[in-house]
Structure formats: C-alpha cells, structure tokens
Design a protein. Structure first.
Lengths: 181, 323
C-alpha cells in the first residue's frame, strides 16, 4: 500500500514538475517536486526500499534533462543513504506517524538543497560551463526554501488529517526505533 | 544497526550506483527509449490535470451564472470575444477582397486559360504541446528535454541563449528551424531550434524575432491593407513595427497581420494591435508599438505550420524525366 501511494504521489510530482512548476514560481524562484518525493522515501520507507525509490525518482529527474542519465540518480542515492544513516538512531516517541516539524523541515531543506547543488554542479561541469559558487548557492537555496515551504504546507495538512482521522495514529513505541535497521 | 542489514543496504546501494553509472555511460540507443517512455508517460497526467482544471472552471462559471438558463445566456466575456474574433476575420476578408479588386483593375484579367495549378510546397499544421518551458526554467535555462545531437548544437549554447517555450515535436515530426507557430489565428512565434523530439520556440516578443508584417486599417471605404514593415520583439512583452514609411497613414488601433506574400504563412495571421504610433519631426519612418495578441497567454497547445514538397510534383518531374 505504501509503495502504491508513493508511486501515485511520485507521478503527481513528475506532472507538477514538468507542467506546473512555472505557474507556481515566486518571482524567479522555481519550486522542485521530485526531490520532495525523496524526502518522503527517506521518512516513509526502510533501508533498501528507500534506496530503490530514491534511484527511481532520481532517474525520473534525469529523464527530464538533456544530460546523460544517472547524475540525479547517483545524487538521490547518496543523499538518501546519508540521510538514512543520520536518522538511524532517531527516537520515535509520539503516537503520530509523521516526524517532528523541526526534523521534517531540516531534512527536507537539506535534501532538496543537496540534490540541487550536486546535480547542478555535475551538469555545469559536464557541459564545460562555469558558474560562481555564490550564484549557484543562492539559486539553489531559494528553490530549496520555496520547495520546503510547499512541503511544509502539505505536512501540516497531513498532520491535521492525522489528528482528525483515526488511522493517523499508531501505538506509542516503547523503545528507540529507527527508520534504518 | 544490524550488521547484516547494513551489508544488505550497502549491496543494494552499490548495485543501484552501478546501474546509475551504467546509464551514464550507456549509448543513446539505450537511454533514448527510457527518456521517451518517461515523457510519454507524463502526457496523460498533463491532460488529466487540464481536463480537471477546465471542468472546475466550467463548474465555477456555471455556479456564478446559476439561476439563469445556461442555454440562453452565455458569458458576456465569451460573447464579446466571439464578436471580436468574427470582426477580425471580416476585417481581414474585406481588406483582402479590396486588394484583389485593385489588383485586377490594374493588371486586368488574363485572356488565356491556365492549367490546373499543382503547388510545389504543401502546408500542413502539426499540433504540439507546450511542454518544456518549465523544465527549461528549472535550471535557469540550464536544461532542455532533448536538443538532439544531430542538430549539431551544443546544449550549453541553447541553454544560455534560448529561454523560449519548448514543444514536444522535433525532427521526428519533420520540423525545421523557422517554421511559424500559431496559437489559433494568432502568431505565437517561430521554431528556433529543433531537437530530435522537442523544439524551442522563439516568441514574437523575443528580441531576435523578426517577421514581415502589414497594417490593416479602417478607412471610410472599409478595411484596407496598409504599409508593410518588419515586426520585431522588444525582449519584454511588446513588439515594434519598423520600416513603415512616414507617408503611410497609421493610427492607434490598427491591426497588424503577417504580410502573406512575403512570409511562410499562407493566410494573413494576426500579430496584434498598434498601441502607440509616433512620427518624430524629420523622421522617415514611424515608431510603432504593437501589443501582441498572444500577450501573457501561455497556451498549452500550439500549431506549427510545416512545409513539405508536394509528392505530386515529384511524381510529375519523375515522369517527365523518363523518355
């Protein structure tokens, strides 16, 4: 069921990224949706499954570009692996299935920012262009921040639903539990 | 962390990384079908979203007009728009007939009967979805869906120069640079770069856009074709009409159409309307600003006028060359 939901939301993110992200620009800042699905995979799936989904999402991102395939796929794998290791000892104490707000915002921003920086830098190097680190950082940070805001809105909506609907709650865990075993 | 689980994860990570590297090094015969499949898979989603948005807008309009008979009452905006389009068509037809009459009066009718004309070039319209602008914007013009190695263009050049909309037709649809692009009866721009499956469009407001244009103005005798000039984009949201001689009459509100004799358009197509016309003292040409009909509209679908050689003419030339 989780994988079906993730497949549907990944497809929706792909459609949004290719058709609607220009309509959702804030000035010059463009949101990105596919990297947000990597965040969902990080929080929602365990070890190898998260890696596989990250690879699929990265490959989808690659297919939207003109560069060789594999760049975003490798970025997604690296980011997911590192994030998973860092979240491995996280204690889940609440009865909610959702991570804490602070953790969610931090992981989302860092994941999207890392994806954007690494994939953009790789593309720039491959095409022989040069770009200043400052402009790269400012553009990617703005995009990552905007995307995080969108993700935050969805997160808060999900949290509201989790409070209202009964299936949003799970039994409290009595020992520290990790997303990554 | 369980050691065996960690080993499994490392194994999976290594395998997926190897797949990624393999795809990176893979030839286009392997990567092209994957890209094409993904892009094809996205289109149903776009259509579904458009369908949903259209239905929501229609439902909202119906809700606003609720209480009135939807068969009898149409939205005032729709009525005005329909009348405007009809008026534009009639104006053009009026000017065209007047011009033909003037020409016939000047040169007379040929006393000789001519044979049936078989044109050398055929026009047909290809519908294309404006698809890639978002992707192009995504990396600050650092990304194209596909620019096609066969076009001999480096991706960086296109990426840096061309922020135009991208459509989902390319060399596979026999498109070529320079083919005009319409949105309905309005000129949207022209094809600027052709990739294997996608092409970029140079809109009429692009700084490098140039097109032959002609004024259509209202006189006491009806609508007539006015001076011919060159329409160029200002790089922002407007266009300029240049090379209109000072002795030509120009007024704000005149329509600007393609000069059909000089362009690839078989029929005059609408560029826009004159919003400013100034003749500085001593100047030899008018300074005319044109508001493009496209304006801020970002059409989801455009039509590309494609020219191809008439196979009948090829057959004729083939049969004539035979003894």
């Amino acid at each position: 069921m989780k994988h079906v939901c993730l497949a549907i939301t990944t497809y929706a993110a792909l459609v949004l990224q290719t058709g609607w992200s220009a309509r959702l620009t804030a000035g010059d800042i463009l949101p990105v949706f596919l990297p947000l699905m990597i965040v969902v995979a990080i929080f929602g799936l365990k070890g190898p499954a998260a890696l596989v989904w990250a690879a699929v999402i990265g490959l989808l991102g690659d297919c939207l570009t003109a560069e060789p395939l594999g760049i975003e796929m490798l970025c997604a794998l690296s980011v997911t692996f590192v994030a998973g290791r860092m979240l491995a000892d996280r204690t889940v104490g609440s009865s909610s299935r959702l991570p804490s707000l602070r953790l969610f915002v931090l992981v989302t921003f860092l994941t999207v920012e890392s994806m954007l920086i690494v994939s953009t830098a790789a593309r720039v190097l491959l095409t022989g262009r040069t770009v200043s680190a400052a402009s790269l950082l400012s553009a990617t940070s703005a995009s990552a921040a905007y995307s995080t805001l969108i993700a935050l809105a969805v997160y808060l909506f999900a949290k509201l639903l989790a409070r209202i609907l009964p299936f949003g709650r799970s039994a409290p865990r009595t020992q520290s539990s990790a997303t990554w075993n | 962390m369980n050691a065996s689980s960690f080993r499994i994860q490392l194994l999976v990570l290594s395998a997926l990384a190897a797949v990624a590297i393999g795809l990176f090094l893979a030839p286009e015969t392997v990567t092209v079908p994957i890209r094409t499949s993904v892009r094809d898979a996205v289109l149903p989603g776009h259509r579904a979203v458009e369908w949903g948005v259209d239905n929501v807008q229609t439902a909202a309009l119906r809700f606003r007009n609720s209480g009135a008979d939807p068969v009898e009452i149409d939205s005032p905006i729709t009525l005005i728009e329909n009348e405007r389009l009809l008026s534009r068509r009639l104006r053009l037809e009026n000017a065209r007939l007047r011009q033909q009459l003037k020409q016939r009066q000047r040169i007379g009718v040929s006393p000789y009967r001519t044979g049936e004309k078989v044109p050398l070039l055929l026009d047909d319209l290809v519908s294309a979805t404006v698809f890639g602008k978002e992707t192009a914007l995504l990396w600050k013009s650092g990304v194209l869906i596909d620019q096609g190695r066969n076009a001999g263009l480096r991706e960086a050049d296109i990426v840096l120069r061309d922020n135009g909309p991208i459509v989902d037709r390319g060399a596979d649809a026999q498109l070529a640079t320079g083919f005009p692009v319409f949105a309905g009866r309005c000129v949207f721009g022209r094809v600027s770069h052709v990739g294997r499956w996608t092409s970029t469009i140079q809109p009429v407001t692009d700084r490098k856009f140039r097109g032959h244009a002609q004024l259509v103005r209202k006189t006491g005798k009806g609508y007539v074709f006015g001076g011919e000039g060159v329409l160029e984009g200002d790089g922002d949201s407007q266009c300029r009409l240049t090379l209109i001689a000072a002795e030509e009459p120009v007024a704000v509100g005149d329509g600007v159409y393609t000069a059909s004799r000089k362009t690839a358009f078989p029929f005059p197509m609408y560029y826009g309307k004159v919003t400013r016309a100034e003749l500085p003292p001593g100047a030899s040409h008018w300074q005319i600003t044109v508001a493009p009909a496209i304006g801020d509209i970002q059409p989801q679908t455009v039509q590309i006028l494609r020219k191809r050689i008439n196979p009948e003419r090829l057959r004729e030339s083939g049969s004539e060359s035979q003894p």
